[in-house]
Design a protein around this ligand. Structure first.
Ligand code: URA
Length: 235
């Protein structure tokens, strides 16, 4: 059970004082009855709440997809560089963090949320969540090198990298799918087969695809279907 004013505030209907005013004015109903008391307790799972006639559905957590631009660090705080959390400041959510890290010069899909449990599951090495990268390299990748990347290469860790998938888009641009997240993994894998990465962009993670309509720096909330996709299959 939650206080009605707290729930409305969390759902970004307005600030606490605005919400209190709106309640007094009779703009909020619970199960069809107007409720004016801010401290009124609601069951966020079952009670039907409306604000100015529109339903307010309670979501415990928020989920955003960010097209991370190059030059921004995947952190919540940094003394010198711009962070991905700063890019989402206008959302009004102050407790968002990135699910995993992309290098400063890497672009693409970064999930931003306040759901620590989901982040933990997606990042767990045991879950083998698929991440797809579009990789630009200076020389054409041979079929033989593609097979080496797929079978596992030595990047200086205890074991070879896990099996990966390679799709050669055109010689100098490939799609690499991996299920691990070692530090600089893609760059190190390409280096292991004698290639230098010149551009790197994550295009999918855990079945969630980067929205092609999002310019670098752009973000949007995930749809209910996308939330189901990202939450599914990792239990
Ligand atoms: N692999 C890398 O080398 N860099 C990234 O940012 C992500 C994967």
């Amino acid at each position: 059970m939650l206080r009605l004013d707290k729930l409305l505030c969390e759902m970004k209907v307005g600030t606490r004082s605005q919400v209190k005013k709106d309640l007094k004015q009779g703009l909020v109903t619970v199960n069809g009855e107007t409720v004016t008391r801010p401290e009124y307790k609601v069951d966020e799972g079952t009670d039907r709440i409306t604000y100015k006639g529109k339903p307010v559905s309670y979501q415990k957590h928020v989920y955003y997809m960010l097209n991370k631009p190059a030059g921004v660090v995947s952190a919540t705080k940094d003394n010198t560089c711009r962070t991905v959390t700063e890019l989402l400041r206008d959302t009004g959510h102050t407790d968002l963090f990135p699910v995993g890290r992309l290098d400063k010069d890497t672009e693409g899909l970064l999930l931003m949320t306040d759901d620590g449990e989901l982040a933990h599951r997606l990042l767990s090495p045991k879950k083998h969540v698929e991440k797809v990268y579009e990789v630009g390299i200076t020389e054409e990748l041979s079929e033989a090198d593609a097979r080496r990347l797929e079978n596992g290469v030595d990047i200086g860790e205890e074991r070879l990298t896990l099996p990966a998938k390679v799709e050669i888009a055109d010689g100098k641009r490939i799609f690499l799918t991996i299920t691990e997240g070692k530090f600089h993994q893609v760059k190190r894998m390409l280096r292991a087969v004698g290639h230098e990465v010149v551009s790197l962009r994550r295009v999918a993670m855990g079945g969630l695809e980067l929205d092609a309509g999002l310019a670098p720096g752009g973000y949007r909330e995930l749809s209910e279907e996308e939330i189901a996709v990202i939450k599914g299959g990792h239990d």
